[in-house]
Design a protein around this ligand. Structure first.
Ligand code: SF4
Ligand code: SF4
Length: 86
């Protein structure tokens, strides 16, 4: 069964170092066009469907801003999900 994944980024804790964007092999991530409260343009999810759940972004983030969730529902309504980063 092919899994789907959801990437959750804590934008307010992101300091926009760009490591997650650089190391994502699927070009899922990019910088937001608006600043967070600290004045940074944080990382954001730009192509969720391309995520393969490799966890590289979460492992690279020096501020632990990223969680990856494996979606376990049978359809897009996402009845349940489980974190694979905790
Ligand atoms: S889990 Fe992998 S594919 Fe998904 S956003 Fe992070 S680095 Fe990219
Ligand atoms: S690695 Fe973490 S701190 Fe750096 S841009 Fe990505 S989410 Fe932000």
């Amino acid at each position: 069964m092919k899994h789907s994944y959801r990437v959750a980024i804590n934008a307010e804790h992101c300091k926009a170092c760009g490591l997650c964007i650089e190391f994502c092999p699927q070009d899922v991530l990019g910088f937001a066009s608006t600043r967070n409260d600290a004045g940074f343009y944080p990382a954001e999810v730009q192509d969720q469907a391309n995520c393969i759940g490799c966890l590289r972004c979460a492992m690279m983030c020096p501020d632990a801003c990223i969680e990856i969730w494996r979606l376990v529902s049978a359809d897009d309504r996402v009845a349940a999900a489980e974190s694979v980063t905790r």
